[in-house]
Structure formats: structure tokens, C-alpha cells
Design a protein around this ligand. Structure first.
Ligand code: P70
Length: 459
């Protein structure tokens, strides 16, 4: 099929409101030029995130009603556990309220405070690194250099550079690697996938040295689709099978169910080692809830168990990725600089190249996200210097090479017509990019500043 047709039809709709520019100006000022602080009622097309914003299927809505709300031993827990075993192939799992709950648990379990440990990974992710640092480890970026270059075209820009991993291991010793964390796909690189060959090589390298390999499996189905499309030998393999092979190379994973699993809340920590399961169970009661529900309601575990089975449908995942690609292609063909290749969950505008007249210290991506909202009511997310935060050692801004605005596409929510409206607005901004000014940060919270920082336009 050459048309990227939706493999579902619409059964319920949610009206949305078109606002005036004056209304948007007032809303943006009130939000301190931070798209996280806008009220969603004031947003037209909401591309802030693909997290918790999916449309559930009729089967998932029906599953909510089946949810078993027993405090202990809920049938819905067993349904979820079964889905994780069947689809991911991990024998054990502990539910958490969302992905960062699982990151918290695994960081506390595998990192010993004061031991000078390291947690290498293929590019940082905000919450993941924050939990690793909180537990006392130092994050080291071991993604290939191409991931930091928005224009470098490569089928698997998320691949780990084994040379970088080996250099770290030689420098500090394998025993000081708490674990290697492999994200599939890599969010902040632009939703870039990791190849099966690379996963296998990382597993082999770590197994020889007794190093644990964990995965941030948040968008692993999207990664599996890219392997099917791009890696030799997988063209005829169903995504479900590719996913099982990918997961077979890990000792366990953290999962934010709010993405791939097609639910609005939930997550889990999965593993093979019964010892780690015991540790996770004793920690989860402290921070989340009983091991049979973590932070989740029975109905949410039930809906997630259905979503986990739906996510590996080849027609669904092909449509999802191709819709993102459609948005990216419209923007790219107009000459607007974006991260290439187009990733799995969104299109990332290259704010450095878009606004070359702005220094990184006046927050070009933050300014561009604000302008996009003012132009059309489209909400996007800064993924640049604001997201990167400050270096805990020096207190100075971390200055990432990538200064991006993410247009993240929720799953099964918008049509290609919506994508066309977004592209039109981006292109309109590009045509008058010279007028766009930087911002001054007027309020900065101590941790994960991007969520609540406030800005004012520079004159
Ligand atoms: C996003 C969301 C969440 C996320 C992720 C990866 C690769 C873990 C998590 C945490 C939400 C978000 C989070 C921090 C900053 C901005 C937005 N990503 N790993 O929009 O999962 O949110 O369930 O705790 O992408 O990218 P959770």
C-alpha cells in the first residue's frame, strides 16, 4: 500500500479548540515561555510528548472494566505479568507507576553509594541520569559520535560505540561499571534506533567481563520496526519476533508503559535474575506499593496487558512510524533543518541551524518552541540546553551539541491533516526566522529544570 492508511477507525472523538493569537500570547506569557506550563485547553495540536497521550483501543477500554482492584494478588497483575513474559520474554516483573519509578528501583539496586561506580549509556535521558546520579553513580555517554550530529545520516545512529565503552572499562575496571544501560530507541538523539548487531556485540562484550546489561525499553517496538526496515536479514521477520530477540540480549529492562504500551499511565521493571526480583520487590513496597500493583490500579494493569499485545501488530507500528516520517518529510522538503534520519516518535527541529543568530545561552530551542505555539497553537518541547541542566560538579550549564525542538507524535491520536497543519506552521516560522529573539531564564528550579523553569523574552 503506498498510502499510509490508518489500520483502525475512529469510535470516539475529543473536540479541540482553535485559539486566537492574542489568546496564545496571553497564555504563553502566563506560562513563562515554557510549553510545559501551558494549560492543555489553550493548545491546539499537542505534540509536547508521546507519553501517556496514546488513544486506547476499544479492547483496552473494555479491559479497564475487567480490572481487578484487589489490594493483593490481583488477576490484572497476572494478566500483565503474562503479557510481559509472552511479548518481552522476561520471566519476572514488578509494576511501577511509570518509567522513572522503575529507573529509581534499578538505580537503587545496582548502584552502591560511595563506590565510585559508572553507568554508561547511549546518550543520557533526563530522568534516567537523574536517578543514577541520585544513587551515587556517574553517567558516561558511550553513544557513537554521529548521534550528536543532527545532519549525520546513518541507519542506526543510536548504536553504542564499543570503543568508548572499552575505554571506560579499561580506565575504571569492569567491577566499577554498575551496569550498561541501552536505550532503544534513543530519545534525545531524535528517536534513533540501535541495530541488532550492536545489541549482540554489547551483550558479548559485557558477558565476557561480567557486566550487567540493562535496557531502557520505553520505545523498543519502534526500534524493532527500524530493524525490520533497515537491517539485513530482518525484512520478513515480524516485529514481535524482532522484539523478542532484542530483549534476549538484556538482563532486564525499565519500561515506561506510557509510550509503546499504549496506555496513559504505568510502567514496569523486568528481569531474569530471581535475586534482583527479590530486591525489587522489597524496594517497591517502600516507594510504589505492593509488588503485585506497584503504583498502578488494577484496571490500568489490565489495559496495559492488552496494549502490550497490540503494540507488536505490524500494521499498527508501520503506520505509526510512517506518520512521523510524513510530518518530517513535509518539513524537510521545505528546507527546514531537522535531525536526520527522521526518528521513531517525533520530528526534531535543529534549533541551532534554524536560529544561527542566537547563542546557546539564550535558549534557542526554548524560544523556537514558544514561537511555534504563538504561531499556530502547536505545542512542542525543548530538548537542548534547558533540558540538559547543570553539571553537578561545576554548577555551569551543560551545553549539549544537540539544541532541538521535539514535535512528538502521540499514537493513534492525530491524522495526517493535523501533520500538514504542523508542517505549515514550522515552515512559516522558518521564513521569518531572523525575527526570532532569545530568552532569559528568570526562574530556575534545582532539579529537572525544564519542567518548571520560567523565561522572559530578550529585547
Ligand atoms: C517524553 C517522556 C519519558 C522517558 C523516556 C525514556 C527514553 C524513560 C522515560 C521516563 C516524558 C518526559 C520525561 C522527562 C522529560 C520530559 C518528558 N519520556 N526513558 O516525553 O518515563 O515518563 O514514564 O517516567 O522517554 O519523552 P516516565
Amino acid at each position: 500500500m503506498t498510502i499510509n492508511v490508518e489500520p483502525y477507525r475512529i469510535k470516539a472523538v475529543e473536540p479541540m479548540r482553535v485559539t486566537t493569537r492574542a489568546e496564545r500570547q496571553a497564555a504563553m506569557a502566563e506560562a513563562g515561555f515554557n510549553t510545559f506550563l501551558l494549560r492543555s485547553e489553550d493548545v491546539f495540536i499537542d505534540l509536547l510528548t508521546d507519553s501517556g497521550t496514546s488513544a486506547m483501543s476499544d479492547s483496552q477500554w473494555a479491559a479497564l472494566m475487567r480490572g481487578d482492584e484487589a489490594y493483593a494478588g490481583s488477576r490484572s497483575f497476572y494478566a500483565l505479568e503474562q503479557a510481559v513474559q509472552d511479548i518481552y520474554g522476561f520471566p519476572y516483573m514488578v509494576p511501577t507507576h511509570q518509567g522513572r519509578g522503575a529507573e529509581h528501583l534499578i538505580s537503587q539496586i545496582l548502584i552502591t553509594p560511595g563506590a565510585g561506580q559508572y553507568t554508561p549509556g547511549n546518550m543520557y535521558f533526563t530522568t534516567t541520569r537523574a536517578h543514577q546520579e541520585l544513587a551515587g553513580a556517574t553517567f558516561v555517554d558511550i553513544v557513537g559520535d554521529k548521534a550528536h550530529d543532527p545532519t549525520a545520516v546513518d541507519a542506526f545512529k543510536g548504536d553504542i560505540d564499543l570503543g568508548k565503552l572499552d575505554a571506560l572499562v579499561r580506565e575504571v575496571g569492569a567491577e566499577r561499571i554498575a551496569y550498561v544501560n541501552v536505550a532503544v530507541t534513543v530519545n534525545l538523539a531524535g528517536g534513533q534506533p540501535v541495530s541488532m548487531a550492536n545489541l549482540r556485540a554489547v551483550r558479548d562484550y559485557c558477558r565476557e567481563r561480567g557486566i550487567i546489561v540493562w535496557s531502557d525499553a520505553t520505545r523498543c517496538v519502534e526500534n524493532a520496526y527500524f530493524i525490520q526496515q533497515r537491517e539485513a536479514g530482518y525484512a520478513d521477520t515480524p516485529v514481535a519476533e524482532i522484539l523478542r530477540e532484542m530483549m534476549s540480549y538484556f538482563d532486564g529492562c525499565t519500561m515506561s508503559g506510557k509510550k509503546d504500551n499504549l496506555v496513559n499511565i504505568g510502567g514496569f521493571l523486568a528481569m531474569r535474575d530471581p535475586d534482583l526480583l527479590q530486591k525489587a520487590r522489597s524496594l517497591v513496597v517502600l516507594y510504589e506499593g505492593m509488588p503485585s500493583y506497584g503504583g498502578m490500579a488494577g484496571r490500568d494493569m489490565e489495559a496495559m496487558s492488552v496494549g502490550i499485545r497490540e503494540m507488536v501488530d505490524d500494521a499498527y507500528i508501520a503506520h505509526r512510524i510512517r506518520q512521523v516520517e510524513y510530518l518530517g518529510t513535509l518539513i524537510d522538503e521545505a528546507g527546514v533543518p531537522i535531525v536526520k534520519p527522521i526518528g521513531g516518535h517525533g520530528v526534531f527541529l535543529d534549533a541551532r541551524a534554524f536560529l544561527p543568530h542566537l547563542a546557546q545561552d539564550v535558549f534557542p530551542a526554548q524560544a523556537l518552541a514558544a514561537e511555534l505555539y504563538l504561531d499556530s497553537g502547536v505545542r512542542s518541547m525543548e530538548r537542548g540546553i534547558v533540558s540538559a541542566g547543570r553539571d553537578p560538579a561545576t554548577g555551569d550549564h551543560r551545553r549539549p551539541k544537540l539544541e532541538l525542538v521535539r514535535l512528538t507524535v502521540p499514537r493513534r491520536v492525530y491524522t495526517d491533516r493535523h501533520m500538514e497543519v504542523v508542517a505549515e506552521s514550522v515552515v512559516r516560522l522558518f521564513e521569518r526566522r531572523g525575527e526570532i529573539r532569545g530568552l532569559d531564564m528568570v526562574y530556575e528550579p534545582a532539579t529537572l529544570r525544564f519542567f518548571t523553569a520560567r523565561f522572559a523574552p530578550l529585547r
